[in-house]
Design a protein around this ligand. Structure first.
Ligand code: GLA
Length: 683
């Protein structure tokens, strides 16, 4: 395989927990088991090569048995037992699930749904993010834990809360409404500014008093979208301030790194670009979507996004599954080898820790049909054998820790834009940002071109190609940033229904996509969504491709036509355009072509950007991690045939030398080390 010139990486580092090698383990819930089982657990953890377990995440009721009355004896014993056995601890704060006594004493602290229903006890989920009693209680338990264990040699990492925003995010309680008004006053300072930003002249929504502003609860018709967008921002802010309060409480008593587990592309409610700045280490939970026959592509999106929000620093896969996931409609089990492929794909994309939910399968409760490292079937099971095998593999990969993943292409990923796009009364319910991002990413994945995700306001000059598959909301400042990127020589590809509104969800003056006119050389005169099932093709480089969902009437100023519509409302008009601006190029796709059509357009954009596909056999995933001295190729064969790759180097997994050709059987993974030359290229 040809080695790329040294591409830029984001290159951030993080405060890594004091651990040897790659972190390996999972959520451990000794509180669900009698003590004799604990001894067996740690013995088996050693057999599997587990070196890190996350504990205490849902144990609030057993740690603070009533308000202010603590019982840490059992946790002392667990942590000491793990320590004696050389297993480090990622210590959770249990604040994602307050105890029954908390809700009994503070009924007003319950979160309330958009329809006004206060959420009851008996499941899990936090209280109102804005209830003073919850905030106090969360800081109290975090402080007590940090005081007691902040310097314990086993505790190498703090795991604050669990998946903020899941299952409780937006909260319509009185506490939340009070804080919402405060947040709005800080943001807008005057009611005039708020009225202007929300466009309250529409439908007579003008506010004359701050006290009249409510949360955007269920109303007779569609609620003001700018108000709802701000409420999503407020919710994100409140959840993050809950995290910050716990983090700072821990920091007062402990110098160990602090994380909280994200859900990258599987939960949109938190703006992870902002969250990643607040944690010492980025960590993520990813559950393979079983209905997706190419779940490895969704997995790659999650991993690339996680690395990107952390500015390229190594990160921890805090949870994934060894096999079935019980909250999906069908508990599709992973087949032999799949767990290792999933794990090593995360690893290849920058994860220096591979952890699972969970260590031992729970006998009771809502998650008893979820897989685990130690399944109900015990140590005679295939899953257990694969868990032990994966532990050995990760030990062999220890030297890769701390290396970076280079990328030459950025795909824009903007949570705020998604929040806005997902509101009601958009031009077509068939348009989905997740679907568009997946379609563009999938083409890059098939070409094995590694991607970073980015915000439109980021410094993009390091990238040869930037793709905006779904940038519905784009501020004027961010549009200028994109225009500067193109002017400076970048190649930008923009898909339809982008640059439509500003940060207040107001249509840009001058019409849809007007702020990108310098880059794209066109204006979007009218959106022309298609009826469900209608297919109207495009002709690109004399080849017809089917396209559906959407067309547009484009008015070209400086752009050249690269594809025309051969049917539908815009028949004969431009469908795909290319524009030169300064030293760069702006492409625009005003429809949703099939995969082959999209591939043809992107191949042409690659040529402008000066990048080329890897040329690997179909189904082979290949990612590189680099240090100053070495380059590691992580190659995964997801296909059903044996393939040969042209590469030389030392396979860390088989401990064998590949001399020119690497034979990779169906389902196999190789991690090939090569030395890097002084000039920076791999050999
Ligand atoms: C989430 C949670 C875990 C567990 C798993 C099961 O990610 O963080 O506590 O419920 O899902 O898949």
């Amino acid at each position: 395989m040809h080695a790329p010139a040294l591409p830029d990486t984001l290159g951030a580092t993080s405060a890594w927990p004091a651990l040897t090698g790659i972190a390996y383990g999972g959520d451990y819930t000794p509180e669900q088991w009698p003590r004799e089982v604990w001894e067996e657990d740690v013995a088996l953890m050693r057999d599997a090569g587990v070196n890190l377990v996350s504990i205490g995440i849902f144990a609030w009721a057993l740690l603070e048995v009533s308000e202010g009355e603590f019982d840490f004896d059992w946790l002392d014993d667990v942590i000491d037992l793990l320590h004696r056995n050389g297993i480090s601890v990622d210590l959770g704060t249990p604040t994602a699930s307050p105890p029954a006594w908390f809700f009994a004493q503070h009924p007003d602290a319950r979160a309330v749904t958009r329809d006004g229903v206060p959420l009851g006890f008996g499941a899990r989920g936090m209280a109102s993010h804005s209830a003073p009693a919850y905030r106090e209680a969360a800081v109290r338990i975090a402080t007590e834990l940090a005081r007691r264990y902040g310097h314990h040699p086993a505790v190498v990492l703090w795991h604050v809360h669990n998946e903020y925003g899941v299952p409780v995010g937006e909260d319509y309680s009185a506490h939340s409404v009070r804080e919402w008004r405060r947040w709005l006053q800080e943001r807008y300072e005057t009611l005039d500014a708020l009225n202007a930003a929300w466009g309250t002249a529409f439908w007579g929504q003008h506010y004359g008093e701050w006290e009249h502003i409510g949360a955007p609860a269920t109303a007779p018709s569609v609620v003001n979208p700018a108000q709802r967008l701000d409420f999503a921002r407020f919710t994100d802010h409140q959840l993050r301030s809950c995290f910050i309060a716990e983090r700072d409480a821990i920091r007062a008593h402990s110098d160990r790194p602090i994380t909280t587990n994200f859900m990258a592309n599987q939960h949109n409610g938190c703006d992870l670009w902002a969250w990643a700045r607040e944690v010492d280490i980025v960590s993520d939970d990813h559950y393979l979507w079983a209905a997706d026959e190419e779940g490895e592509i969704g997995l790659a999106i999650a991993a690339d996004l996680t690395r990107s929000v952390g500015r390229g620093a190594p990160w921890i896969l805090m949870e994934h599954s060894t096999s079935a996931v019980n909250w999906q409609p069908r508990n599709v089990a992973k087949r032999p080898g799949e767990m290792a492929r999933n794990s090593l794909s995360h690893f290849g994309r920058g994860a220096d820790g591979i952890l699972f939910f969970q260590w031992r399968a729970s006998r009771s409760g809502a998650e008893k049909f979820h897989s685990a490292m130690l399944p109900h079937a015990g140590t005679t099971s295939r899953v257990w054998r694969e868990v032990v095998d994966l532990g050995a593999k990760l030990r062999a990969l220890a030297e890769v820790r701390g290396s970076h993943v280079p990328a030459e292409v950025a795909v824009l990923w903007d949570f705020e834009s998604f929040w806005a796009q997902d509101l009601e009364w958009r031009p077509s319910e068939d348009v989905s940002h997740a679907e568009r991002i997946r379609a563009f990413y999938e083409k890059l994945w098939r070409d094995q071109i590694t991607v970073n995700f980015a915000l439109p306001g980021h410094d993009l000059s390091r990238y040869k190609l930037v793709i905006a598959p779904a940038q519905y909301m784009l501020s004027a400042a961010d549009a200028e940033n994109l225009n500067r990127y193109v002017e400076g020589g970048g190649t930008l590809v923009v898909s339809f229904f982008s640059a439509v509104v500003d940060e207040h969800d107001a249509v840009h003056a001058g019409g849809f996509a007007a702020p990108l006119e310098p880059s794209l050389g066109l204006r979007v005169e009218e959106h022309l969504p298609l009826r469900a099932g209608d297919v109207a093709g495009i002709v690109f480089d004399e080849t017809p491709y089917p396209a559906d969902t959407w067309q547009e009437d484009l008015v070209l100023t400086t752009a050249e036509v690269r594809a025309t519509y051969d049917g539908g409302p815009a028949a004969g008009g431009p469908a795909v355009t290319r524009n030169t601006h300064g030293d760069g190029v702006g492409w625009y796709l005003s429809t949703r072509p099939d995969a082959a059509g999209l591939a043809a357009v992107l191949d042409a954009a690659y040529a402008d950007a000066g990048i080329s596909p890897s040329g690997l056999p179909a189904g082979v995933e290949a990612v590189r991690r680099i240090t100053d001295e070495a380059e590691y190729l992580i190659a995964i064969n997801h296909g059903t045939e044996t393939v040969s790759l042209q590469t030389s180097g030392f396979d860390l997994l088989t401990q064998e030398e590949a001399r020119g050709t690497l034979v990779l059987s169906a389902g196999d993974v190789a991690v090939i080390r090569t030395q890097r030359t002084a000039e920076g290229g791999g050999r």
